[in-house]
Design a binder for this molecule. Structure first.
Ligand SMILES: [Cu+2]
Length: 221
């Protein structure tokens, strides 16, 4: 409530100042505002600032007051009826939020269905196959730069005899990584990727390795 009073104090001071400045302006005409101009500007800035600040603070107080009132009212109504207006209001708000969430899930579900759908359903039909790839023991190289498979589920049997960690990732022509193996050293690892007919690039994603030559073309046809 103090904020309300302060708001009125600033508001009235502002109004009075405006009247006084206008009177001064009318009386003095040419000489006004003159040197007093910055002082007047500052004075009005303070008053306007104060008035708006306390107006905002007051409205916050009122909101808080109202919220308390609403809560009280809601509780009383809850006691009387199982679904009071307050509860309904709360429920409808929740409903709105929930209404949005399933929409979002639907959307994300849709996109995930689409992204899953394209490789798993219809688009990729074919026997697939297995390709074998090995990393060189002491160089940043694979044992081949050309792999070929039939469309479908393509399994990459990757052997890394080296202590240097390597992996194999498959990307399409747009540069989108479709899958690949874990990073391994001195062991073997397989990964299966569903691939349509097309040209893909296989590479090692360890920084620097691809640039050093650990890449090649995987042709699916
Ligand atoms: Cu590597």
């Amino acid at each position: 409530m103090n904020n309300e009073i302060l708001f009125y104090v600033f508001g009235i001071a502002l109004a009075v100042s405006a009247v006084l400045v206008s009177i001064a302006g009318l009386r003095m005409k040419d000489s006004f505002p003159g040197k007093a101009f910055p002082v007047i500007v500052l004075w009005f800035a303070i008053l306007v600032g104060g008035a708006t600040t306390f107006a905002v603070m007051h409205s916050k107080d009122e909101k808080a007051d109202h919220e308390v009132e609403y809560k009280k009212a809601g509780k009383e109504i809850e006691k009387e009826t199982s679904s009071g207006p307050f509860e309904e209001a709360g429920a409808s708000e929740e409903g709105e939020i929930q209404g949005e969430e399933p929409a979002g899930e639907e959307e994300s579900g849709h996109t995930s269905k689409e992204s899953e759908g394209s490789p798993s359903e219809g688009a990729v039909s074919g026997p697939g196959g297995t390709v074998e790839l090995a990393a060189a023991e002491a160089e940043l190289k694979f044992d081949t730069t050309e792999l070929t498979s039939k469309p479908g589920k393509v399994t990459i049997d990757f052997n890394n005899p080296s202590a240097i960690p390597h992996n194999v990732e498959i990307e399409d022509e747009s540069g989108k990584v479709l899958g690949g193996t874990e990073t391994i050293s001195s062991s073997e690892e397989s990964a299966t990727v569903e691939l349509e007919a097309g040209t893909y690039t296989f590479f090692c994603s360890i920084p620097g390795h691809r640039e050093s030559g650990m890449e090649g073309t995987l042709t699916v046809k």
